[in-house]
Design a protein around this ligand. Structure first.
Ligand SMILES: Cc1cc2nc3c(=O)[nH]c(=O)nc-3n(C[C@H](O)[C@H](O)[C@H](O)COP(=O)(O)OP(=O)(O)OC[C@H]3O[C@@H](n4cnc5c(N)ncnc54)[C@H](O)[C@@H]3O)c2cc1C
Length: 378
């Protein structure tokens, strides 16, 4: 067992939300430690592709963005959290740009990689102590805050920021399904908080990504960027007929695919998994080169050219919509325990709109880190 460590703020998780919280708590003057289950790089955030939402155009506004989130959540989101999310979106994007993320809103199809790399570059040379391969295994209250066991480290802290992501990897394994998620997305930190008495909401609401890769085998669970459909790709059944609006909300498109396959109009992958076609041949090559370079590279390396032939797809478990209840500073119902990112609930209600997760990580990661520092240092 290593010597005990004592800090003002302990952050659990090295995804976008945890890194944003660590940067923010550090800038607020707190001593900070960050513990992650694996390497700092391993997280869902680094896999995020499509983009990050914010109202910038003349025809857009934070109010319109908030209305879209509210509708997408089927009117189940926490309106106060939504107002914070959309109101602070432009400022959060500028903050990321200031940290060095280029051309934000969409960086090719590797936006999450660009964001996490810039945040890591801010954390690594700073005085934030990082503990990799140090999974949180227990959390207990003390007279002055919390004591955490992270791998072989015992960390005494005034406040904790839980940023350990969702549980879709574990859930998919238990259901025998595929998931887009990283193997670290297993949900045990949420369970620890629940065992300590934290309140949660909408934990049963898991989101399917409508277009998981179904074949070739090495593309199974890959999340085919939704920009494919925005650029004209359509969903076709076994008869090569269109059966749904490809631009519909995630939950509706996923359900349409499930229904088409249950009605016997789907196709099977060579390893007998259900699928339908995504006709990506309709995407203009110039758009694909700019917005889908990573996807094209991966499929072509697997022997399939999406611009020449339709690809096989089926919905895969993607995102935990609900999570720990937080207030607008990211504090859970446990004093001194904050949560941000996918582990927290309320911002998306029961159905998240695409692009809002990286935004949530940034907006609420910053808030939770600053509020945790403030709580301890007064
Ligand atoms: C393939 C893919 C594409 C996506 N595309 C987009 C997109 O285009 N736009 C968008 O907004 N969102 C997208 N998302 C969703 C978004 O990326 C995630 O929801 C978000 O990044 C989650 O960030 P997070 O910081 O909450 O968690 P994560 O990034 O998952 O990080 C969780 C961290 O917690 C650590 N951890 C877990 N358990 C423990 C433990 N016991 N102890 C210590 N550490 C632990 C993990 O190791 C990891 O470091 C996508 C997700 C995936 C999987």
């Amino acid at each position: 067992m290593a010597a005990p460590v004592s800090v003002d703020v302990l952050v659990i998780g090295s995804g976008a939300s945890g890194l944003a919280a660590a940067v923010s708590a550090h800038r607020a003057g707190a001593s900070v430690a960050l513990a992650a289950k694996g390497s700092l790089q391993s997280c869902n955030s680094a896999k995020a592709q499509g983009g990050i939402q914010a109202a910038f155009g003349d025809d857009d506004s934070p109010e319109q963005h908030a209305e879209d989130v509210w509708k997408s959540s089927h009117e189940t989101a926490d309106r106060r959290l939504v107002e914070v999310l959309t109101g602070e979106a432009p400022g959060a994007i500028h903050w990321l740009e200031e940290l060095g993320v280029q051309r934000l809103l969409q960086v090719g199809d590797r936006t999450g990689h660009a964001i996490t790399a810039a945040l890591r570059d801010a954390v690594e040379p700073s005085t934030v102590k990082t503990f990799t391969k140090s999974p949180l295994s227990s959390l207990e209250p003390t007279a002055n805050g919390w004591r955490a066991h992270c791998g072989e480290h015992v960390i005494e802290t005034g406040a904790v920021v839980l940023a350990a992501g969702g549980r879709c990897y574990r859930e998919a394994r238990e259901r025998g399904e595929l998931s887009t998620n990283h193997p670290g997305a297993t949900g045990e930190v949420t369970q620890m908080a629940l065992d300590l008495g934290a309140e949660s909401r909408d934990l049963d609401a898991l989101q399917y990504h409508p277009n998981g890769g179904a074949w070739p085998a090495n593309m199974q669970g890959y999340s085919i960027p939704e920009t494919t459909r925005a650029y004209g790709a359509t969903l076709l059944n076994a008869e090569r007929e269109e059966f749904t609006d490809p631009l519909g909300p995630r939950d509706e498109v996923s359900q349409a695919i499930f229904d088409e396959v249950s009605a016997g109009r789907g196709v099977e992958t060579p390893d007998s998994r259900p699928a339908v076609y995504l006709d990506t041949t309709r995407i203009p090559e110039a758009d694909a080169d700019v917005s889908l370079p990573y996807m094209l590279r991966r499929y072509r390396a697997a022997g399939v050219d999406p611009l020449q032939e339709a690809i096989l797809t089926y919905p895969v478990l993607h995102y935990q919509n609900g999570g720990l209840v937080i207030d607008d500073q990211g504090e859970t119902t446990l004093e001194g325990v904050f949560a941000c990112g996918e582990i927290a609930g309320g911002t998306h209600g029961r159905n998240r709109m695409m692009g809002n997760s990286l935004l949530e990580c940034t907006v609420f990661g910053r808030r939770a880190g600053a509020a945790a520092a403030e709580k301890v240092r007064g």
